[in-house]
Design a protein around this ligand. Structure first.
Ligand SMILES: [Zn+2]
Length: 442
């Protein structure tokens, strides 16, 4: 009876486990517990959305291998900026769970400067070349650039974009002084190029290394030698469809260097940004044609003079409006005073090449600075002639691509450039007091 009972219990147990129990096997059945079916491995997916948008799912616990699609949707005024926890740049992401995953969708306001080189404040699948856009430029900083310099550059860029138009995409790469930090920034620059299929990372690193290192050296030398030098540049980017901007260490924004006023760096940023406006108008053209539109016969007075004058005008105008970003070490004396200095500087440099006409000064001439300083006066003269401070962005540059330099000049200013050169030659001989009358009193 005892035996039968235990046999019965084995039978029942086996039945439960293997669904059958044969009496014929009574003698050989051992009381072995069969291995249970493996319990599926489960993973946790956690999905969240940063400020500016939503995600289609918050995640949950799923069996290994489950396919899940998550979609990030930006709110109005934002764009999808990437995922924390994934390299995907797509707002819609498909996952096959094989580990616990945490994802956060990032969104960027189109109303601010993007400072993260891994994020994009515009739709990277679109081309915006030469178009007015609704998103701001980006500014990326070497790790040794202090926060207050970053804020000042962001402010200058945002202001310039608000006043002169947003053309995209624009990337401002701002160097510090340390080599290691420049190397890190170069790495981010090349990751971004790789990400956007502009260039593979390795060839980018090789091609751009000197450029980034040299710029860090400019800042380092400027501080060590007390030279107070800052170089900004529009470094092209045409082949990749973006405005590639650089700046060396912005020591004017750093108040530990008295030798360079805050306004000088603000001016530099606006000057360089104005090149974005100018070049956006001819961005699509083949390089030689483009060059000839903005600087016919390589004469630089218009491209550099306009950037100089708009830069100066903007700084004095902002100071005049009491914009709070300007610290106490303001540019002094107003725009007329600034332009008076430009006349002196321009005439001094012009005398260095007496055989070259003002309208023909090239970037390679040793009197090139005259084209900057007298060019600023030439542009101020033209603006005053038509009585429209925005004539360059309203009429001249928007028509430059289709009409060419002379056509756009005629349309904007009502006469030929030759007629203007003659008139301006006479103007340059006037006493300074009379010349200053054409400059706004700000
Ligand atoms: Zn320039």
């Amino acid at each position: 009876m005892k035996f039968s009972l235990s046999l019965l219990s084995i039978c029942i147990l086996s039945f439960i486990l293997i669904y059958s129990c044969s009496t014929e096997e009574e003698e050989s059945v051992a009381p072995v517990v069969q291995t249970p079916e493996p319990i599926p491995v489960k993973y946790t997916l956690t999905v969240s959305a940063a400020e500016g948008g939503t995600v289609s799912s918050e995640g949950g616990t799923y069996d290994e291998g489950t396919e899940i699609e998550i979609i990030a949707t930006p709110n109005v005024g934002y764009v999808f900026g990437g995922w924390i926890g994934s390299n995907s740049t797509s707002a819609s992401i498909s996952l096959n769970l094989s580990a616990n995953i945490e994802l956060e969708a990032m969104f960027l306001s189109i109303n601010s400067i993007n400072n993260d080189p891994l994020l994009f404040n515009y739709d990277t699948s679109k081309s915006y070349i030469g178009e007015l856009v609704d998103f701001y430029p980006s500014a990326f900083f070497a790790s040794d650039v202090p926060q207050y310099i970053r804020e000042s550059l962001n402010n200058a860029l945002k202001t310039a974009a608000d006043r002169y138009g947003k053309y995209g995409p624009v990337e401002f790469w701002s160097l510090g002084t340390e080599e290691a930090a420049a190397q890190e920034l170069l790495n981010l620059y090349c990751e971004r190029r790789d990400h956007l299929n502009h260039s593979d990372k390795q060839s980018c690193l090789i091609g751009m290394e000197d450029n980034f290192m040299d710029r860090a050296k400019v800042g380092r030398d400027a501080i060590q030698n007390g030279e107070c030098r800052v170089d900004g540049s529009h470094s092209g980017g045409f082949q990749w469809g973006f405005h590639d901007m650089r700046t060396t260490y912005l020591m004017g924004f750093d108040d530990s260097f008295d030798c360079r006023p805050f306004g000088d760096d603000y001016f530099t940023i606006v000057h360089e940004y104005f090149h974005v406006v100018q070049l956006a108008s001819v961005f699509n053209l083949e390089s030689e044609v483009r060059r000839n539109r903005v600087a016919p016969n390589d004469a630089i007075w218009m491209i550099e003079g306009a950037a100089q004058y708009m830069g100066k005008y903007t700084v004095y105008k902002l100071q005049d409006e009491g914009i709070s970003i300007f610290p106490s070490n303001k540019w002094t004396g107003g725009l007329r005073n600034g332009m008076k200095d430009s006349m002196v500087d321009g005439k001094y440099h012009f005398n260095l090449c007496p055989d070259i006409e003002f309208s023909r000064i090239k970037g390679s001439d040793n009197c090139r600075q005259a084209a900057y300083s007298l060019g600023a006066w030439a542009v101020a003269y033209l603006i005053n002639k038509v009585g429209n401070q925005n004539i360059l962005t309203d009429t001249f540059y928007p028509n430059l691509s289709s009409l060419g330099f002379e056509g756009a000049f005629n349309l904007a200013f009502g006469y030929s450039s030759e007629e203007f050169y003659e008139e301006f030659d006479t103007f340059l001989k006037l006493p300074i007091e009379q010349q200053l009358e054409i400059i706004p009193d700000i």
